[in-house]
Design a protein around this ligand. Sequence first.
Ligand SMILES: [Zn+2]
Length: 111
Amino acid sequence: MSNRVSFSVTCPHCGRKLNVKREIDPADYKEDWDQMMSDFEMEEFHCPCGEQFLGAETAQSDKLEKLLELAKTLRAEGKLDISRNSIRINLGLSDIWELIKEFKDLEGDLL
Ligand SMILES: [Zn+2]
């Protein structure tokens, strides 16, 4: 399963938002969610202002980390299962509320 994911990163130099599109296979990160974080942090982005910066320098870095922490927690509780072909999510109301809170933070920023 491959997903086209689009997100934006904010240039720490000029504040411009760059739209980025990536092919991401969640199964690639199935056993190592921290890898997704470090891949993002090490990725180099090029801004039209002429500056380059790493994912780790962006405002989105903290948010991605928070989101992955949440995903890891849900997975540890057996509420999130990722396999080659699907993502199965089994959430209660309180979990959904947590997610809504997280995504509200992300709105217009990461997505
Ligand atoms: Zn810039």
